[in-house]
Design a protein around this ligand. Structure first.
Ligand code: SF4
Ligand code: SF4
Length: 520
């Protein structure tokens, strides 16, 4: 196979679609197998309609969708394995026709756009549902939403029906995000404000990246008393705020920045790296031997740690950390703006805990505006917009942030307003529910709608987890979102026009012009 079509992420080739190989490194063979897996899952969902399906079938659906998210799994044999499992479960459920992979992304431009929006939203939601599931939390409405959504992807609909399915998925994802928030906070406690060092201490260490806090917890347990330090990377940074994780003394700090810098940051790193979820880039030979993947993550030739009887054995990583030995001296690293420390842990419980102070500050005019500058980081140029934006926000405004796009500015000290930091890191993209809850609470306090608050959402997207969060925000009726660095290629001009007309989504321009337009 030497051709493919994929346009699901922001870095898609020429802003239209990857056709001869993925910009992300995905090969045509893998793209083809991912399409086949998707179509097999549609068949499975069809066969499961009206029938009882067990936990392992639900897990298969979640993992199958998650595995096709950008930068998750590049291993054709793993994708194929899941497809075969989906086909065999489908037969056990009585069988049904699979969807035709050749029509998944082909046909009428608007229908392809709407079908893709629904499918990419499902992929994103499955990733969040999986992270909650591993902590023992499931919501039948969310699980059913995945099956129903898959069936809908495989059916014909009018444009209005597609749009209503997409909005319905956004609403279901709100429940999924609430479930994930509950899973994390009931397991690890509510995050508390925590300063995170960017210094790596001498001696053996392990870097852990991705979103899965359970993998981090298990790694911390298994490295207890072994003289090995643990550093978060990328989206794992907010883990430092959770009481049940920060209590481990070997959880020392954060190494590196966002996912797109990994090939530079992991080159010659004297430590192993554990990838728990997205975002994996094809590793260079200089460090590929030090990489371990787990869960749905995979890449041909990399070592994978599977779960056995509900446990993961991280001893090969620990052995590797000792073998590599770390650096001989402490090393101080900086963020992209030269800062040496970041603060995280301003999730909903902390922010709402100071709600009275915030409300008083708004009423007195000390806080004039809130920005939520959140979303993904990425490799394409133009993302310095987000650094410029935050740097230029006036001193009487507060910036909430979440997800890995914050590495563009989270080492900046932009000061405080009456003891409240002006930059509040609410967590991973997985913690979007926290931001929604804060917005809703502010709207309640000021007896207005979220759209009437002095709040502007300035979002950056990269892949399908960001797509489903955007759909959730739209399904809540949130308007005037600034979206960048570029608009999704999978939105056809007509579909984009519907979203712009209905929700007034605006593409970002320059930080200066957008701030002027927002603040006047
Ligand atoms: S995930 Fe993105 S970069 Fe990778 S093949 Fe698809 S569109 Fe291209
Ligand atoms: S914020 Fe987006 S790009 Fe970043 S790790 Fe999360 S899903 Fe990936």
């Amino acid at each position: 196979m030497n051709e493919m079509f994929c346009f699901q992420c922001e870095q898609t080739a020429k802003g239209t679609g990857c056709t001869i190989g993925g910009v992300c490194g995905k090969k045509p063979e893998v793209a083809g197998k991912q399409d086949e897996l998707t179509c097999a899952l549609i068949g499975l969902a069809r066969a499961a309609e009206g029938k009882n399906h067990n936990k392992s079938t639900d897990e298969l659906v979640m993992q199958g969708l998650f595995m096709t998210v950008t930068n998750v799994n590049f291993d054709p044999s793993r994708v194929d394995e899941l497809k075969k499992m989906a086909e065999s479960v489908k037969i056990k459920l009585g069988g049904a026709k699979d969807f035709d992979p050749t029509t998944l992304f082909h046909g009428n431009q608007d229908i392809v756009s709407l079908r893709s929006t629904l499918l990419f939203g499902l992929r994103g939601m499955a990733a969040y549902a999986w992270d909650a599931h591993v902590l023992g939390k499931d919501n039948p409405e969310v699980t059913e939403g995945l099956y129903k959504g898959l069936r809908a992807v495989g059916q014909e609909h009018s444009v209005d029906e597609w749009l209503s399915l997409i909005m319905e998925l956004g609403q279901i994802n709100l429940k999924c995000m609430a479930m994930l928030d509950e899973a994390n906070t009931s397991t690890y406690g509510h995050p508390v404000p925590t300063k995170v060092s960017m210094k790596v201490e001498r001696g053996p260490f392990i870097v852990i990246t991705g979103h899965d806090l359970l993998d981090l917890k298990e790694l911390l347990e298994q490295t207890k008393g072994k003289g090995i330090n643990i550093y978060t990377h990328g989206e794992m940074l907010p883990a430092h705020g959770y009481p049940e994780l920060k209590k481990y003394p070997q959880l020392k700090g954060n190494y590196g920045t966002a996912w797109q810098n990994q090939q530079k940051e992991f080159n010659d790193l004297p430590a192993p790296i554990l990838y728990t979820t997205n975002c994996l880039m094809p590793p260079k030979s200089t460090y590929s031997d030090n990489i371990f993947t787990t869960s749905v993550v995979g890449y041909p030739g990399l070592k994978h740690i599977s779960e056995k009887e509900g446990k993961k054995d991280f001893s090969p990583i620990i052995k590797k950390a000792i073998e590599l030995g770390g650096w001989k001296e402490d090393k101080q690293f900086t963020g992209i703006n030269g800062g040496t420390e970041m603060t995280t842990g301003f999730a909903r419980n902390t922010v709402l805990g100071v709600a009275d102070t915030v409300i008083t500050a708004v009423k007195s005019g000390a806080i004039k505006h809130f920005f939520l500058v959140g979303g993904c980081d990425g490799a394409k140029p133009g993302r310095n917009y987000y650094t410029d934006f935050v740097k230029n926000t006036p001193s009487d405004t507060v910036v909430l942030t979440l997800a890995c796009g914050k590495y563009r500015f989270n080492d900046l000290n932009i000061g405080e307003i009456g003891g409240i930091p002006r930059l509040l890191d609410m967590g991973q993209c997985n913690d979007a529910y926290s931001a929604i809850q804060v917005a809703v609470a502010l709207a309640d306090a000021f007896k207005c709608s979220v759209n009437e608050l002095p709040l502007t959402l300035v979002l950056s997207w990269y892949e399908q987890k960001a797509v489903i969060i955007l759909l959730t925000l739209l399904s809540l009726g949130i308007k005037n979102i600034y979206l960048g660095p570029t608009l999704p290629a999978f939105l056809s001009p007509n579909v984009l026009k519907v979203l712009v007309d209905k929700f007034n989504i605006k593409p970002v321009t320059t930080a200066e012009a957008d701030l002027k337009a927002i603040l006047g």
